[in-house]
Design a protein around this ligand. Structure first.
Ligand code: BG6
Length: 255
């Protein structure tokens, strides 16, 4: 009673689409909370999906995270489009190097045999240094590329899990808690209704920029993330979710 039939997966995908009101959903069997290969499978499916939507000169903005790392590892060489460029979606948001958008971006581009640019803006910094850095020509240039992203791919996290992982300072944790944040994506924390509770201030893609992209893909699975996924999709900015069976089952139960 372990593997689902393709038709059962199809039904799950359809029900998730209806629940979240989105065009496209891919569900892989299993639960990535407890089974590592499930994340890898999500990565593979997401990589195929991405490959199919690329056109010449497309720019793809990516976030960090372990799920995005699985996508990077599964990325095939891109034969379908020339001059594809990968960029990190935003500057540092407190992640450790292995989880950083820059790291994922470089790894993904390398496997795709594509170009990439990185953002060297450190984690939340003082106002004055921040203003100076974003005026740097090299930073400005990358920011303008990010702004023209055709595709955005990002993970979704549980708010408190992400706040802890990033060693968020106590006053900000208090803010995130008192705002009852349940989800996190690219440094923004959202409550159950999809309102922004807190955002890590950094350069790059801002929430308002998402509607300029042709495709906004979220990749997140595991039963523990169902509530976060439901909260994040209240924003209505994404048209695609790549997830797993465990998250899908919880989602349609009505988180
Ligand atoms: C972060 C992304 O790096 O990873 C977030 O910026 C995402 O968008 C988070 O919520 C998820 O991480 P993981 O490891 O659960 O995939």
């Amino acid at each position: 009673a372990f593997m689902l039939e393709a038709s059962e997966i199809g039904v799950l995908e359809q029900r998730v689409r209806e629940t979240l009101g989105i065009d496209n959903c891919i569900v892989v069997p299993g639960n990535s909370d407890t089974q590592d290969w499930v994340k890898q499978e999500m990565g593979k499916r997401c990589a195929q999906l991405l490959e199919g939507m690329l056109h010449p000169n497309y720019t793809v903005a990516v976030t960090g995270g372990t799920t995005m790392a699985a996508l990077a590892a599964a990325m095939p060489p891109i034969h379908t489009a020339e001059n594809v460029m990968f960029v990190p979606a935003r500057g540092g948001i407190g992640e450790q190097v292995e989880n950083e958008a820059n790291t994922i971006c470089a790894a993904m581009a390398k496997r795709a045999r594509s170009q990439y640019r990185l953002l060297y803006v450190p984690d939340p910094i003082g106002e004055e240094s921040y203003q100076t850095i974003i005026e740097e020509p090299s930073v400005k240039e990358v920011l303008s590329i990010i702004n023209r992203s055709n595709v955005v791919i990002h993970g979704i996290g549980d708010a408190m899990t992400m706040a802890k992982r990033r060693r968020t300072p106590a006053p900000l944790v208090a803010k995130i808690k008192s705002g009852v944040a349940v989800s996190e994506a690219f440094g923004y924390y959202f409550d159950a209704e999809g309102n922004v509770v807190h955002r890590v201030r950094t350069v790059g893609l801002q929430l308002e920029d998402l509607d300029k992209a042709e495709h906004v893909i979220a990749i997140a699975g595991g039963a523990s993330k169902a509530r976060a996924i439901a909260s994040y999709f209240k924003l209505g900015q994404n048209n695609i979710l790549v997830t797993d069976e465990a998250a899908a089952n919880q989602l349609i139960k009505g988180y």
